[in-house]
Design a protein around this ligand. Structure first.
Ligand code: PLP
Length: 361
């Protein structure tokens, strides 16, 4: 096997090594059935056990009460931008959005395409989405309030969630799901593309509260209704079997090796602190997010010139650290330090950053 590098990719992103090893070890012969997980029927008992286990683990890890359904829906987070307004907007009542960056903007656009009455009740666009807005009012007539809990590209994160006064929160948690404990009760719906923090690309994890299902119109196309997925345990058609299987292994790792989301959060806070403390002490590296809005998942920073940034990214790769280039839309550098990117990777990065600064600063 070739040498594995420290993986700071933003998505698809690092998976825990024990999970990859388990996948490898049972890839040709899943639990003695003589076939690969990619070769068995989604109607088999073997797969039924996998999807049910993934659902139960999700409920346990997030402490979900009985009135939440856990679904797996193909099409990534981007399809959820469209399904959310399509299913959850109530006739004659606006849909509220808080715009904190590129992904929120895309979510808003999908609601507008459908002709929904979209209100952007807060935005941080005035400062290039470098902060999380705090001053806003949620109107009781809203169908829901949509937020993006972690802004993967801009490097900001909601440290705590806004009080929507009983209006259901809808949240895109693609890049920080399972990185910390949450109180799910104020959320009508949570969705996350799997490929950042919980698995390979190919499905979105959707957590929907029972009362939201009552809003779903029977007139919608079958594959675009949440009820199709909730009524058939996400098995109306063939799901992304391999992805659901891998998600289950990541959730097992979270429960059994890490010891739950409280512990995971501690590790993530520790990783973030090491990196941000280093950036704050340096005059060479500049963090781009407002300190009170910083993400524990995506650490965005700049160097004094684009030329230095390019060399930084290239030299880091030579030293076994990959994925440090910022998103093409914003430039700069970004270290994505999701659950599976460990403390040792962050320490190696900080050592390299110090060395690069000594040489070039
Ligand atoms: C990556 C990402 C998306 C897009 O996910 P897809 O699964 O590619 O559609 C949406 N929202 C956030 C916050 C993301 O990080």
């Amino acid at each position: 096997m070739g040498k594995r590098i420290h993986n700071f990719n933003a998505g698809p992103a690092a998976l825990p090594l024990p999970v990859l090893e388990e996948i490898r070890d049972e890839f040709l012969d899943y639990k003695g059935c003589g076939m690969s997980i990619t070769e068995i029927s989604h109607r088999s008992k073997l797969f039924d056990d996998i999807i049910n286990e993934a659902i139960e683990r999700t409920k346990r890890l997030l402490g979900l009460s009985e009135n939440f359904h856990v679904l797996f829906i193909q099409g990534g987070a981007s399809l959820q931008f469209c399904m959310v307004p399509m299913n959850l907007a109530i006739q004659g009542r606006p849909v509220d959005y808080i715009n904190t960056g590129t992904w929120s903007t895309k979510a808003i656009k999908e609601a507008e395409i459908q002709g929904k009455d979209v209100r952007v009740i807060a935005s941080s666009e005035d400062k290039n989405f470098s902060y999380i807005p705090r001053d806003f009012q949620v109107d009781k007539d809203a169908s829901y309030v949509h937020i993006t809990s972690n802004n993967t590209i801009k490097g900001t994160q909601w440290a705590s969630f806004p009080d929507a006064g009983g209006v259901p929160l809808v949240c895109d948690m693609s890049s920080d799901i399972m990185s910390r404990p949450i109180d799910a009760n104020p959320f009508g719906l949570i969705y996350a593309g799997a490929q950042k923090n919980i698995g390979p690309a190919g499905t979105a994890l959707v957590i929907i509260r029972e009362d939201m299902l009552e809003r779903v119109s029977k007139e919608l196309p079958t594959m675009l209704k949440y009820t199709t997925f909730s009524e058939k345990n996400s098995l109306f058609n063939t799901p992304s079997c391999f992805v659901v299987y891998a998600i289950n292994l990541v959730l097992k790792w979270l429960e059994e090796t890490i010891g739950g989301l409280e512990k995971m959060h501690q590790i993530n806070k520790n990783k973030g602190k090491i990196l941000y403390d280093f950036i704050d002490r340096s005059d060479f590296y500049q963090g781009t997010a407002a300190p009170d809005s910083r993400s524990l998942m995506n650490v965005t920073f700049r160097l004094p010139s684009e030329d230095l940034e390019n060399r930084f990214v290239q030299e880091a790769l030579k030293q076994g650290m990959g994925g440090l280039k910022g998103h093409r839309s914003v430039g700069g550098c970004r270290a994505s330090i999701y659950n599976a990117t460990g403390l040792e990777a962050v320490k190696a990065l900080v050592d390299f950053m110090a060395e690069f600064e000594r040489r070039e600063g």
